[in-house]
Design a protein around this ligand. Structure first.
Ligand code: PMP
Length: 358
């Protein structure tokens, strides 16, 4: 046998590796998952009934594309069918975007810190990340526009931003989009759209109507509470949408996921009551922690950002000891998902005992 061995693409060297590990024993005691921005409430009874009906058909493949869901989304959003793309979560659509729209050497402009998938999608395609620092935890759209060069083929924009939760207003976003040259694709990630509902909140689907270079991504994982089923969608003009569909994994959205998403769309008013509860809890947390002296930027999502800098490890460890599992961006800050009221009470109580050292 030859001593040569197959080598993965060199670009994968720049991508964090997942190292398989044996399953961990279940944690003892109560713990609260506040690290993935999940909806803390279980699926609604109507969604559960639909899921179990669809489960009886798992011997069958789903459609190559989820046609019922695509149709329901097109009607809900008032866009032609040809504008809707779906994927196994919106991260699935990011992979499609990388394959369909990026070539080696292309520059991709995005803010940092922002959604952790951005550098992965860009590097995976052999494209070049151009990271523009946030200013005061907000997108610096002026600097992002200035970072666009003739080599730029894509701009990634997470609005509101993960992990800071901050949102730029519709007018500012429109001004930015108007400055982006038509050949540059703007991907507007609205994973937290449903939590961001002020009079000045942008609506990417409306913005896309007269902007053929805009793709909007949304998901059933957050407000709709279906993170475990992996279903997200995008809205784009037909040429881009068609390219994304060409790169989709066939049958990538399961029948269970499709049926649950349809049930969630039907139960929107109940789900939006939950969204209101989560938003109210977010504001309760922000006010309580603000009174304790923690500085937390106003957010428009289902999580809060604590910009703790070097203090983030100490605070994350103290929270973990009380069963509060948050996302630590070591050296930058903590992203804390808004949980159920009892988890939020525990968070307030625990942080009260810790003084900010910044
Ligand atoms: N975009 C953003 C900004 C997110 O925060 C997340 C989830 N953390 C996603 C996309 C991925 O969502 P999905 O479950 O639809 O893949």
């Amino acid at each position: 046998m030859s001593s040569l061995s197959p080598s993965p693409r060199v670009v994968l060297d720049g991508i964090p590796a997942y190292v398989p590990k044996p399953p961990q024993p279940p944690a003892t005691g109560v713990s609260h998952r506040l690290f993935l921005n999940e909806n803390p409430y279980p699926p609604l009874p109507s969604a559960l009934a639909t899921i179990s009906r669809a489960a009886s058909q798992t011997n069958l493949y789903p459609g190559i594309f989820p046609e019922q869901l695509t149709d329901a989304l097109a009607r809900k959003l008032d866009v032609p069918l040809s504008h809707v793309v779906t994927g196994p979560g919106s991260v699935g659509i990011y992979q499609q975007l990388g394959q369909a729209m990026l070539s080696p050497g292309d520059e991709v402009v995005y803010a940092w810190p922002s959604f952790e998938a951005f550098p992965i999608v860009v590097r995976m395609a052999g494209a070049v990340p151009v990271e523009v620092p946030l200013t005061d935890e907000l997108h610096d759209l002026e600097a992002m526009a200035a970072a666009i060069t003739p080599r730029t083929s894509m701009v990634l924009l997470c609005e509101p931003n993960n992990p800071t939760g901050t949102a730029v207003g519709a007018a500012e976003l429109k001004r930015f989009l108007d400055r982006v040259p038509g050949h540059v694709l703007v991907v507007l990630d609205e994973a937290y759209f449903e939590f961001c509902q002020g009079p000045d909140a942008p609506d990417g689907v409306e913005l896309h109507r007269d902007r053929p270079n805009l793709v909007v991504l949304r998901t059933f994982s957050k407000a709709y509470g279906l993170a475990g089923l992996r279903v997200g969608y995008g809205v784009a003009h037909p040429e881009i949408a068609e390219a994304l569909r060409k790169c989709a994994v066939p049958c990538g959205v399961s029948r269970i996921a499709e049926q649950a998403a349809l049930a969630a769309l039907d139960a929107e008013s109940e789900l939006f009551d939950q969204v209101d509860r989560i938003t109210a809890e977010r504001e309760r947390l922000r006010e309580a922690l603000g009174r304790q002296g923690w500085s937390i930027p106003p957010g428009a999502t289902n999580f809060l950002w604590m910009p703790l800098g070097d203090d983030s490890d100490r605070v994350a460890a103290a929270l973990e000891r009380r069963g509060l599992l948050v996302r630590n961006f070591s050296g930058d800050g903590l992203r804390i998902t808004v949980g159920r009221p009892e988890a939020n009470d525990l968070l307030i109580e625990t942080l009260k005992g810790l003084t900010s050292v910044r």
